[in-house]
Design a protein around this ligand. Structure first.
Ligand code: NAD
Length: 267
């Protein structure tokens, strides 16, 4: 794709977002690769490693707690010290400008909140908390690390003795309440901007189907590309800051024109 066309696509996307009404953003693992967290299905994704897929599974959590609370927890914990990149910051800026109403993320890395986004739906959970599988008592994620470090595996609930697990939604886990709230956000949206998702993981991948208009920024094609008003096959950390700059410049132009108009009326 030529540089010129890329610029045109960003201008079109900027106009669509400025005129859309209610815009929600749906993000996937691709928005965080520039922060040093591999995605799932991209060329260097976790999915390519059978070992990692097994580590992040209910089978390991339930049947091999000694593996889960050493290797899997270490793998998950490694995502917690990462920093938001320009794409996360750009999404937060769009919310600050009043152009994005909500961010629905499949990511568990917490980077949208770190970047300053406020209305965030973490539909696959997070790495801040844990819960007892029996009585649902809440614990900080650190509780799992501390218990594991002392060899207390699996970590047990102080209230009822049940097993405490991270607030992460693994394959075959039921979807949390947050997903149903995100579903409502999608139903009420005029535009969904998808960033860095293969749109192959269900039920999250149903969400773009609920929205009137769709725009996609992803490194590779997705099954929804044909339905989208704009598709940009590019890196989120490059495209999103450019998009924000374009929107800011259009907004400044409009403000200057408004000021001129008011000035003209006054004379
Ligand atoms: P996915 O891995 O299925 O798809 C990621 C997409 O992003 C791919 O199509 C890839 O080409 C694209 N991509 C990679 N780097 C990009 C970049 N810099 N800019 C733009 N696009 C880029 O991810 P998914 O759709 O989110 O589904 C994977 C599942 O795995 C989700 O459930 C997610 O919760 C989980 N996961 C989360 C994290 C995280 O929290 N950061 C990381 C890996 C996996």
């Amino acid at each position: 794709m030529s540089e010129r066309l890329y610029g045109e696509e960003i201008r079109r996307l900027a106009e669509i977002i400025r005129t859309a009404g209610r815009t929600v953003v749906l993000t996937g693992a691709g928005i965080s690769t520039a922060s040093g967290i591999p995605d799932f299905r991209g060329p260097a994704g976790f999915w390519k490693s059978e070992e990692i897929v097994k580590l992040l599974s209910l089978e390991t959590l339930y049947n091999k707690p000694e593996v889960f609370y050493s290797k899997s927890i270490t793998l998950l914990s490694g995502m917690r010290d990462k920093k938001p990149n320009q794409a996360h910051l750009g999404v937060a800026r769009l919310e600050e400008m009043g152009l994005v109403k909500a961010v629905i993320t499949q990511n568990i890395d917490g980077l949208h909140l770190h970047a300053g986004s406020r209305n965030v739906y973490e539909i696959h959970g997070n790495l801040r908390e844990a819960h007892c599988q029996v009585c649902y008592s809440r614990y900080p994620f650190e509780f799992l690390l501390e218990e594991a470090a002392f060899g207390r595996i699996p970590p047990r609930c102080r209230e009822c003795g049940g097993v405490v697990r991270p607030d992460v939604v693994f394959f075959d886990d039921p979807m949390p309440q947050e997903f149903y709230l995100a579903y409502e956000e999608a139903e009420n949206a005029d535009l969904m901007l998808v960033i860095g998702s293969s749109l192959q993981v269900y039920p999250a991948a149903y969400l773009p189907g609920l929205v009137k208009k769709l725009a996609i920024v992803n490194a590779e094609p997705t099954p929804y590309d044909e339905r989208a008003e704009v598709v940009i096959h590019g890196r989120a950390e490059v495209v999103i800051p450019k998009l924000v700059r374009e929107i800011e410049s259009l907004t400044r132009r409009d403000e200057a024109n408004d000021a001129k108009g008011e000035g003209a009326g006054a004379t």
